[in-house]
Design a protein around this ligand. Structure first.
Ligand SMILES: Cc1ncc(COP(=O)(O)O)c(C=O)c1O
Length: 512
């Protein structure tokens, strides 16, 4: 047999990466109330199921806007006047974030998810072996996108446990890390921060974000703020954090007046967290003052664009502005209630947790629970292994935040946005795993109004297609044809295609 064909130097360097996950989920499918009722409930991924029935109802309506352009390459679809997320996402951000410079198709790039978009942005901004700086604890999936394809490296500013890593007190640690990295020969090219944060479920104070921007300016670094949870905020819960400021996008700041070049500040965003639909893979990179960067990144998605199927379904949602507004409002309320439900359980058991005003998770210190099942003389990691094994045995999957460089060695991130009956089951299983008595839980289920026709612009019987509100969202700078009129006339001629037939058509196209 001839020797295996060689790999590239880059690929050889990547062999062994990513390392096997320290806390792998158990084999077999995750829990589903109908398909796998006895399987492990996954509370480790930042997913939000609270309003899924409502979104599925919207997606399930007859589709009248499927056109041949949806079966073509994206270059064809986005040059049509059909409504696409390419136009609708910028407007969604403008409506809800109110940036100083309106987001447009020209100063933003849409791609298949935030991770994908971040990876290309890092590729454009940081060379091989150059640094992307974050504070710890950090959202660990960023490592994937920092490393590939850019081969850049994550540099972490470790913040002591008694310092709030989201406050301005963290800034000197970041500055020290910039200087220390430079001494090691690693040039920091990008600073990255999610706001609201992950895994700390809080809106980052505006003074901190401004501090990041000023540091970026001082050391000639780019700043990327991931604002994916910007509309999933709830400041009025029964368990608010001490710093409970409203969310302000970095896009609303007068950066030039602060002495910061606007060209170095960029935003990642997406509606998929707000809608509990991360699997649709939609992401937007916004850089209002750096057209050169936008033009560099845009073609990088030609081979891996957003799927037309995601586009078709989600463009229809975004066009339905009354539905969007109601969904966002209800989502905020439901997430807040789900947080309060989890917080009540944690409080009953005397477990410390980070107070939340955004996101779908809390970081919980399980130290008192660990004491019940893991001998105190063991090393912290061994104790965590015992706890993870016990939790998995009882049918729940959550991960310790030591994976996220959390200085506290007894904490886990707990996602609380599963449907209430599943959440109750998961909490009961956790009590069993740690051999603690059951907390009293209010088992009344929150009501979800799935029948949303009263405020939806899309008729559930037979869609009127591109609605009047859609024309407001749809603007095609490359077309001289009035997009609203074109949109409406296309719809009149369109055929109703049920979702299952749409899937079959797409599959057939894929085979060709
Ligand atoms: C802060 C943050 N950014 C990005 C992502 C990933 O986004 P996407 O699924 O669009 O790649 C997540 C997912 O949990 C997240 O929490």
């Amino acid at each position: 047999m001839s020797p295996l064909p060689p790999l590239s130097n880059r690929a050889v360097k990547r062999l062994g990466f990513p390392p096997p996950h320290a806390y792998a989920p158990p084999p077999g499918p995750f829990h589903d109330p109908e398909l796998y009722p006895d399987s492990c409930i996954n509370l480790s991924i930042a997913e939000n199921s609270l309003l899924s029935p409502r979104l599925i109802e919207h997606f399930s309506r007859p589709i009248t806007t499927l056109r041949t352009q949806h079966l073509r390459y994206r270059a064809t679809l986005i040059k049509s006047t059909l409504p696409t997320v390419e136009d609708l996402l910028p407007q969604y951000i403008n409506d809800h974030i109110h940036p100083r410079v309106p987001v447009t198709r020209d100063n933003s790039v849409a791609g298949p998810g935030i991770g994908a978009v971040l990876a290309q942005a890092v590729w454009a901004l940081a060379g091989e072996g150059e640094g992307v700086l974050m504070s710890a604890p950090f959202y660990d999936d960023y490592v994937r996108d920092i490393m590939h394809p850019a081969l850049a490296v994550l540099m972490l500013a470790e913040i002591p446990a008694d310092v709030d890593s989201l406050s301005t007190d963290a800034l000197p640690y970041l500055e020290r890390k910039i200087l220390e990295s430079e001494r090691l020969g690693i040039k920091i090219r990008v600073m990255l921060i999610p706001n609201p944060h992950n895994p700390i479920p809080q809106i980052v104070p505006s003074e901190t974000i401004k501090g990041y921007a000023l540091l970026a300016q001082k050391y000639n670094i780019h700043l990327i703020v991931d604002e994916v949870y910007g509309l999933s905020t709830y400041r009025d819960s029964a368990y608010p954090p001490a710093a409970n400021e409203p969310f302000e996008s970095v896009l609303t700041y007068d950066l030039a007046a602060m002495g910061v070049d606007p060209e170095r500040v960029h935003v990642l965003t997406s509606p998929t967290k707000d809608f509990g639909a991360s699997g649709l893979k939609l992401g937007l990179f916004i850089s209002p003052a750096n057209p050169q960067l936008i033009n560099l990144i845009r073609p990088l998605f030609l081979a891996t664009p957003i799927s037309s199927v995601s586009d078709l379904l989600f463009a229809r949602v975004l066009q339905d502005r009354p539905f969007v507004e109601r969904f966002l409002e209800d989502n905020r309320r439901m997430v807040k209630e789900a947080y309060e439900f989890a917080a009540g359980w944690l409080t009953f058991h005397g477990l410390e947790f980070t107070r939340a005003n955004a996101g779908v998770y809390v970081v919980v210190d399980f130290a008192p629970f660990l004491d019940r099942i893991a001998p105190a003389h063991l090393a912290p990691l061994e104790r965590l292994d015992i706890a993870v094994a016990a939790i998995i045995r009882e049918g729940v999957f959550i991960k310790p935040t030591n994976l996220m460089a959390d200085p506290v060695q007894t904490r886990f991130r707990l996602i609380f946005t599963q449907a209430r009956p599943i959440m109750i089951q998961a909490l009961r299983r956790l009590e069993k795993a740690f051999k603690v008595p059951e907390a009293p839980l209010d088992e009344t289920l929150p009501e979800i109004d799935v029948d949303v026709e009263s405020y939806s612009d899309v008729d559930s019987e037979e869609s009127s297609g591109v609605s009047a509100s859609a024309t407001a969202y749809t603007s095609d700078s490359e077309s001289s044809v009035d997009s609203g009129e074109r949109g409406r006339s296309l719809v009149k001629k369109s055929v109703v295609v049920p979702v299952n037939e749409l899937a079959a058509a797409v599959e057939a196209n894929a085979v060709l």
